[in-house]
Design a binder for this molecule. Structure first.
Ligand code: PMP
Length: 428
């Protein structure tokens, strides 16, 4: 596999960029070797600077659900580029996207757009505290909710990959109100609810940041009941799952309604957009209507809104969710067959268009069981997939994603790569 130009850029990049990247997972630290640098992408394919072509299962960690440079989306962006980039005053696009989002999530009367998932979640936490007048937050081990101080505890993928328990620079005071529960374990939530002062429970309803882990339907049902019975807000972090698991996100798929919903990724179609929304009574706490302050120079950016609107319209039209389900089921079967043929211990977790393998005998249901995966085996598997033309997230603990632009041919290519990669794992 030719990587000379990536090596050259990596070497140059390290001088003025931290680790030559702007987000840690891009450094390929957990799989070793040189991170690839991207030249361009179109549809289901992504091309690195050495001209290697890959089927893209990273999809920028989720936003590119239509694939890259969808023609309808691109036409819209070009049209809006001619009108200016940012104004510091409101535009019609914000109202259109807000209506589209609120129409989809029944628990949402109003929404506020921000610039990232991190911002959406940190604002949602502030809002939950403002609304309830309470301080403590329950989060689940292995769930990632962005890199704000109070949520950087037991926070899944990036940290699990780097084996960092939390982060330096986060003062104890910042996390003293963050209580950790176990995913799929309702008793661990109940225990914390005995304390007063719990404002909210935040969850990735389908976890994607410790690899894919789905909640049992009993767990989600009980979580909702517990939140209601204890006057605690339920925050669904649907930054990854919103418009991806279903058009109405994990809430539609799992049949529940959160008090506050956080969005990101797909809602901006590849531009930096995050959002948080809730019923009127809660959202009216937010400035300028209420006393919870939150603002942003570039929030509701007109190009980002145009891209989000076009992406959601196109997605709704294509309605790919049952096809995604079939494709993911096919990949699961193929991975399991290849593992069996080669005597490799393997679990495959998937939900909707999110899927990933774990190299372990143990059924993966939470962060602890996710960590039983043999990450050396993942490393071998990852590089063989890359050599065979499939771009995967360079971490055991990240989900792979599907896009509507993927063709049967792409999926067969992924299958062939899986067969070679599984054999390489067995031979190692
Ligand atoms: N929440 C979840 C569930 C996420 O998956 C992510 C990003 N992977 C975030 C929040 C943070 O989003 P961003 O990287 O846009 O800040």
């Amino acid at each position: 596999m030719k990587l000379e130009k990536s090596i050259e850029l990596y070497t140059k990049g390290k001088k003025n960029l931290v680790g030559a990247v702007n987000s840690p997972v891009r450094a390929f630290k957990s799989v070793g070797g040189v991170p690839i640098f991207i030249d361009k992408a179109k549809g289901s394919k992504i091309y690195d600077v050495d001209g290697n072509e890959y089927v893209d299962m990273v999809l920028s960690y989720g936003p590119m659900i239509l694939g890259h440079r969808n023609s309808v989306v691109e036409k819209t962006i070009k049209k809006y580029l001619k009108r200016g980039y940012t104004f510091g005053a409101s535009t019609k696009g914000e109202i259109i996207l807000a209506k589209m989002v609120c129409d989809v999530f029944p628990g949402m009367d109003k929404v506020r757009f921000v610039n990232s998932g991190t911002e959406a979640v940190l604002s949602a936490i502030r809002l939950a505290r403002a609304y309830t007048g309470k301080n403590k937050i329950i989060k689940f081990a292995g769930c990632y909710h962005g890199h704000s101080d109070s949520l950087l505890v037991a926070a899944g993928s990036g940290l699990a990959t780097l084996s960092i328990p939390g982060s330096k620079g986060v003062p104890d005071e910042a996390v003293k109100n963050t209580l950790i529960a176990e995913f799929n374990n309702i008793k661990s939530v109940e225990r914390h609810l005995k304390k007063d002062d719990v404002a909210a429970i935040i969850i990735e309803p389908i976890a994607g940041n410790m690899g894919v882990i789905q909640p049992s339907s009993k767990f989600i049902k009980e979580l909702n009941e517990l939140a209601k019975a204890n006057d605690v807000l339920l925050i669904a972090d649907e930054v990854m799952t919103g418009f991806r698991s279903k058009f109405g996100g994990a809430q539609e798929l799992l049949g529940f309604q959160a008090d506050i919903t956080c969005l990101g990724k797909v809602v901006g179609g590849g531009f930096p957009v995050g959002a948080y929304g809730a019923r009127n009574e809660i959202m009216e706490m937010v400035a300028p209507l209420g006393d919870m302050y939150q603002a942003g120079t570039l929030s509701g950016n007109p190009i980002a809104m145009a891209c989000g609107i076009a992406t959601l319209k196109e997605l709704k039209k294509q309605d790919p969710y049952s096809d995604f389900e079939k494709t993911a089921a096919f990949l699961e079967r193929e991975m399991k067959t290849a593992a069996k043929e080669n005597g490799v211990d393997l679990q495959v977790n998937r939900f909707g268009s999110m899927i990933n393998p774990f190299f372990t005998k143990t059924r993966v249901v939470d962060f602890k069981t996710a960590q039983t995966s043999d990450t050396d085996k993942f490393k071998t598997f990852f590089w063989k997939m890359m050599e065979n033309g499939v771009f995967l997230p360079p971490s055991q603990f990240e989900s792979w994603f599907l896009a509507t632009a993927m063709t049967k041919r792409d999926i067969y290519k992924v299958r062939s790569a899986i067969q070679v990669a599984m054999k390489a794992v067995a031979d190692k």
